[in-house]
Design a binder for this molecule. Structure first.
Ligand code: ADP
Ligand code: ASP
Ligand code: MG
Length: 422
């Protein structure tokens, strides 16, 4: 008997028929003798719908008071899902009970809309499992020390599932979704993308942080920290396929490098449309200038991603960086009103229509010329690179948003990702 955590995403929970299917699949696992904890997301479209209602009433605000209410509202989507799934499981003849984040409780910090899980008390859940029940727990949400409801950021149900699996030392956490595993890139953008049988934890971490939303990055961080056996697989196979076959399907996240395996230089391509670029022109090039520019940005709680500073001419330089697109207007205002006057910059410019495309692979550690191959392939498509950022196992470029799909396809081909793995 094993303790297994299943997570089902919004599309997998998208209708009562689909919820019935989820219940049948979970029932199959329970009847095979496993203790089952299930973490579903809100039904597809529901979180957007709920947040849309709030936006109708207050389009511009991002005050802490408003953020608190956003979490209050968004958390209800998952509450509906757990209740429906518990009913569907009962209809399958299983004993089942559902809990929201605060009932478990899943304790988080107080950063509304992007809270971090601090601890999970599994007493109540363990007692139910011991009594033979299937326990259904909301994804995406928790409670802070003042009993406020919090949510974990978009895609956060992945993190709930892995954190619960970690806290309960589950034997495995299975992330069921609308594709049958992790692909070399988003199969919706590149139809030739291939499913990876396994992917190293480090590569998955980079892919997630660079925009592959198949797993929320914090879920990968949890899996790494607590060594949670983690697999991504399809919820759209027939629910009654052989359980042993199902258990081996999809993509396994691995923690040990297999030295015998021929390692592809590039394993995957990620992209992210959520960023915007801002530039300060003609700033005096002198010690402390980067801090004078980025200090106020950090103080305003705006995350910075790629940064570039040009060589100076006549003691002046240009300084660009990217921020999340949601923070674009706020950043421009801050630069215009505060930073430009304080630094003596000549002009502030911005471009929200950019994207970041990245190649990822642990094979990049031991190969040279990977980045230049990337740049060549983009130049052959006539794509201008605006910014570059590299680390040991990834190279990212910022380009015009309109070339995103072209760039991803070209790189996918250039690095032979559409060829069967050797
Ligand atoms: P869920 O609702 O199940 O959490 P998501 O929409 O959050 O599902 O994540 C699954 C989606 O992630 C897929 O439908 C796919 O379009 C997208 N995706 C992006 N990059 C990848 C990738 N490298 N491999 C697989 N799917 C990817
Ligand atoms: N329902 C939440 C969202 O849409 C959480 C999730 O699906 O993981 O972001
Ligand atoms: Mg998701």
């Amino acid at each position: 008997m094993a303790l297994i955590v299943h997570k089902y995403g919004g599309t997998s929970m998208g209708s009562t028929d689909r919820i019935r299917n989820v219940a049948k699949r979970v029932a199959k696992w329970a009847r095979a003798g496993h203790q089952m904890v299930v973490v579903p997301s809100a039904m597809s479209g529901e979180t957007n719908r709920l947040l849309g209602l709030a936006k109708e009433l207050s389009p511009a605000s991002s005050s802490p008071a408003l953020m608190r209410e956003l979490d209050m509202i968004a958390a209800t989507g998952e509450q509906v899902s757990v209740g429906l799934l518990a009913i569907a499981l009962q209809a399958e003849g299983l004993e089942s009970v559902s809990y929201t984040g605060w009932q478990v409780p899943v304790a988080t910090d107080s950063s509304y809309t992007k809270a971090r899980i601090e601890s999970i008390d599994d007493k109540r859940v363990r007692a139910d499992l011991a009594a033979g029940k299937v326990v259904v727990i909301t994804g995406f949400q928790g409670i802070d020390e003042h009993n406020n409801i919090t949510t974990l950021g978009r895609g956060g149900s992945d993190t709930s599932a892995v954190a619960i699996a970690a806290a309960m030392k589950a034997d495995e956490c299975l992330i069921y979704t609308d594709v049958d595993g992790v692909y070399t890139t988003d199969p919706r953008v590149v139809p030739e993308a291939r499913r990876l049988k396994s992917i190293s934890f480090e590569e998955m971490l980079e892919m997630a942080s660079l925009g592959s939303k198949v797993l929320q990055i914090r879920s990968v961080e949890f899996a790494g920290k607590y060594r949670v056996p983690l697999r991504v697989l399809s919820s759209f196979t027939a629910w009654d396929i052989d359980i042993n076959e199902e258990a081996k399907s999809g993509t396994l996240i691995t923690f040990e490098e297999d030295e015998n395996m021929e390692q592809a230089v590039v394993s995957g391509i990620a992209f992210n449309r959520d960023e915007a670029k801002v530039t300060l022109l003609g700033v005096p090039d002198k010690p402390g200038i980067a801090f004078q520019i980025l200090g106020p940005v950090a103080e305003a709680n705006i995350d910075i991603d790629v940064i570039i500073q040009n060589v100076s001419h006549d003691g002046k330089t240009d300084f660009s960086f990217t921020v999340h697109r949601n923070d674009y207007q706020r950043t421009l205002e801050l630069l215009e009103k505060t930073v430009a006057p304080a630094t003596g910059a000549a002009k502030v410019m911005g471009d929200p229509r950019i994207c970041k495309v990245s190649i990822v692979g642990i094979g990049m550690r031991s190969h040279v010329g990977v980045a230049s191959k990337m740049f060549r392939s983009l130049s052959e498509e006539g794509i201008n690179i605006q910014m570059i950022s590299t680390s040991e196992i990834k190279t990212s470029v910022v380009i015009d948003e309109k070339y995103m799909e072209l760039a991803v396809r070209a790189l996918h081909r250039a690095f032979d990702l559409d060829q069967p793995a050797t």
